[in-house]
Design a protein around this ligand. Structure first.
Ligand SMILES: Nc1ncnc2c1ncn2[C@@H]1O[C@H](COP(=O)(O)OP(=O)(O)OP(=O)(O)O)[C@@H](O)[C@H]1O
Ligand SMILES: [Mg+2]
Length: 723
């Protein structure tokens, strides 16, 4: 139904006249009621609307579901001409345009998914001297094309461009959590269209991102409007996977006791979405999985069913992202810890957009934490074209993630933690007992204690290193939304089909370096080899003139020994007792690192220590004893003797510890040939194997490691049963 225009809209006349037209509060409220049926403006909506109607640039930070869209939709109704809205996703544009059309508002979007007939109609309207369109939604990629830009320039020169609104503006910042390279292209708009206000809108921007957005868009004297990030209607809670008997059952029960309400469950991996969704369906919950691995048709039918309440719960990856606007989502669960507070805020913020009481429940597990740390440490994306920026990015991602870990592992108010991470200082009383830590502090403290104990027990039995190195369940394809998000957008490529960035996007490791089916182990291998190559290219002789500030202090060497000693301890627990004297073995390993990279500087040395620690988490007994060259516990007196006088290698030891397949492998240690050498200054690292040798060795090792792990697991189970 097309509504008759309000008198306010029909003002003709010159551009200047139109801009000077008064838009008092009353008239604007009238528009809000008439077109959208809302009684009053919320939060800072009115201020933003008045600013842009007066021709001023505006940066608007409002919480998720705060009603940012209204800040450009009302100006579009306030005067004839066009409001151009830049949106990151086609799905998001489609949703908004459909909703506006239902209200009788002339809105369209331009994208590659439309038929040429539909596109031509829009272009005809734009080319006419008097377009009927009020809101035109486009992707940032389209703006960057010469054809569209010249069309826009024509509209502008006819005085018909009223406002440029940039939704999800944080996408322009490399520091933001959803960086879109194509958003960078919007920086020319300010100069192209002088006098036309630009409105930047976002829900998630830490101060650094806010400044970056304002600067990148070249906003001039913008009115900066910031609302609190607080979502008072959301109750925050963390549940601990490590102390739950059955996480699926707990989740199922949670959904049932919440009354079969509308919900979203976020998982890190696609396979987990499918699996969990099947479990919940079998247990009587109306739900479906949603991820970029499903075809278009299936995805949109899952979305439609959920929007129209045919299904209540969607189990999704982050592909179920921006622009999902169902107001009555009562519960958002995270089955895995998100990568940053910004992501968590966005995702949990999809609950309670109708401002009614809602819930956010995060299931936290120590293994999930490690998995995420591993992913973030090794993420490679377009953002980081140099190793330096790669390091910075990785550090930033890990810092961001630390906030999320603190949210889960701390016993303080969850709401306060969220708000503080966005730079808001608030008293804990603000929460009003609407998080588990404020409402049930002793229960949370007890849970945390239990988690700590459980974790310590697992570590004691050597199962804590798990899982990154051996996780066979996690593969690159399973995580591809995660990697996509790093590179381009928070959903699959087809959702950003206007992208002209595709060619130059440097895809993450998960997408470019491996076949789709390759797994995490290959990824680890790849990274390790890359690391080795990197070090090789920086061999000591090439680095001879390193300055003194790179010299390795004794204290650093001591702490590295300690680190290696700890890693050895864990390896001991994981494997059957090795009879290795830990401190001596740690000294040998540290010395190897020092010998190899000491002269190259601190960072090389330190990385080598780190990679040795990693190696220790997967090495089997044979490799370990071979490398450190100790087969039997020895007294310190023995050791010093041996150090002075290398003993011939024991045939027994070789028979017992060196498997045939390992005899000619690259990692056969030189030091072991000469018996145990403590603080050996001549220790050398083995030559680096060829890739195929490396892979063959690894396969062999995996078989024997699996066996060792099975035995260790059995022992652990026995011990637990005995207890
Ligand atoms: N003044 C208002 N009064 C009541 N409801 C409103 C008002 N303004 C907007 N809304 C409603 O609030 C909901 C969220 O609005 P909107 O999608 O614009 O939020 P948003 O800030 O863009 O959120 P997100 O960050 O998730 O994109 C919508 O359903 C909208 O109709
Ligand atoms: Mg929005």
């Amino acid at each position: 139904m097309k509504k008759s225009p309000l008198p306010l809209q029909s003002a003709g006349g010159s551009d200047k006249k139109r801009r000077q037209q008064p838009h008092g509060k009353e008239a604007l409220v009238k528009l809000l009621r008439w077109h959208f049926g809302h009684a009053e403006f919320r939060g800072k909506q009115l201020e933003a609307i008045e600013a842009v109607l007066s021709g001023r640039d505006c940066f608007c930070l409002m919480p998720t579901g705060g009603g940012k869209s209204m800040c450009y939709q009302i100006p579009a109704m306030a005067r004839p001409g066009i409001v151009l809205v830049v949106c990151p996703l086609i799905a998001l544009m489609e949703n908004q345009v459909t909703a506006l059309k239902e209200k009788g508002i002339a809105a369209e979007y331009l994208s590659s998914t439309q038929t040429s007939h539909a596109k031509n109609k829009i272009h005809e309207d734009l080319d006419s001297g008097k377009p009927t369109l009020r809101l035109l939604y486009v992707t940032p990629e389209l703006i960057a094309t010469a054809g569209f830009m010249s069309k826009l320039t024509k509209i502008y020169s006819r005085g018909l461009l009223n406002l440029v609104a940039i939704d999800e503006a944080h996408c322009i910042s490399t520091w933001g959590h959803d960086f879109r390279p194509s958003y960078r292209k919007l920086s020319s708009l300010r100069n192209h269209f002088p006098g036309i206000p630009i409105l930047a809108l976002t829900a998630t921007a830490v101060p650094k991102v806010q400044n970056d957005v304002i600067e990148s868009l070249g906003l001039q004297r913008p009115l900066v409007l910031k609302s609190s990030f607080n979502r008072p209607n959301i109750y925050y809670e963390v549940r601990y996977k490590d102390i739950l008997n059955d996480v699926y059952a707990d989740l199922c029960n949670l959904l049932k006791t919440s009354g079969n309400v509308c919900g979203i469950i976020y998982c890190l991996e696609r396979s987990a979405c499918d699996d969990l969704s099947a479990y919940l369906s079998n247990n009587g919950i109306s739900c479906a999985a949603y991820h970029a691995g499903l075809n278009d048709k299936l995805r949109s039918s899952v979305l439609d069913d959920w929007i129209s309440s045919k299904t209540q719960v969607v189990v999704a990856t982050v592909a179920f992202g921006m622009g999902i606007d169902r107001k009555d989502v009562r519960i958002v669960c995270h089955y895995n810890i998100p990568k940053s507070m910004e992501s968590f805020y966005q995702e949990s913020g999809r609950a309670g957009r109708d401002q009614l009481p809602s819930r956010s429940v995060l299931y936290y597990g120590v293994d999930d934490r490690r998995k995420m740390e591993f992913i973030l440490r090794n993420a490679k994306s377009k953002k980081s074209q140099t190793s330096n920026s790669q390091d910075q990015l990785s550090k930033k991602s890990l810092d961001d993630f630390t906030q999320m870990v603190e949210y889960c592992e701390g016993s303080g108010c969850r709401r306060k933690k969220i708000l503080e991470s966005f730079g808001e200082q608030v008293p804990a009383s603000l929460c009003n007992e609407s998080c588990d830590a404020c409402k049930h502090p002793s229960l949370v403290a007890r849970n945390l204690e239990e988690v700590t104990n459980t974790y310590a027990t697992r570590q004691r039995y050597g199962f804590s290193h798990i899982m990154i190195s051996r996780s066979e369940n996690m593969n690159c394809q399973d995580l591809s939304e995660f990697w996509n998000r790093e590179d381009e957008a928070s959903c699959s490529e087809e959702d950003v089909s206007d992208s002209d960035d595709d060619n130059d996007v440097v895809r993450g490791l998960g997408r470019s370096k491996f076949q789709k089916k390759s797994g995490l182990n290959e990824r680890i291998d790849f990274l390790q080899r890359a690391e080795e190559n990197y070090y090789r290219s920086k061999a000591p002789d090439k680095q001879a003139n390193k300055s003194d500030k790179n010299a390795i202090a004794d204290a650093l060497r001591e702490s590295s020994k300690q680190r290696l000693c700890d890693a050895l301890k864990q390896a001991q627990q994981r494997l059957v007792p090795l009879g290795v004297e830990l401190k001596s073995a740690a000294s040998i390993l540290e010395n190897q690192c020092y010998e190899k990279y000491g002269k190259s500087g601190k960072s090389f040395y330190y990385s080598q220590v780190a990679s040795t620690v990693r190696w220790l988490s997967t090495a089997d007994s044979t490799e370990l004893t071979n490398r450190v060259g100790i087969s039997n516990p020895s007294t310190s007196a023995d050791k010093s003797k041996q150090a002075e006088q290398p003993s011939p290698s024991s045939p027994d030891r070789e028979q017992v510890n060196v498997k045939d397949e390992d005899r000619d492998t690259a990692i056969k240690p030189q030091a072991s040939e000469a018996g145990p050498v403590i603080e050996s200054s001549s220790a050398q690292l083995p030559p680096i194997p060829s890739f195929s040798d490396f892979m063959n060795r690894r396969r062999g090792r995996e078989k024997s490691n699996d066996k060792t792990q099975r035995i260790a697991m059995k022992n652990f189970e026995k011990k637990t049963r005995l207890k």
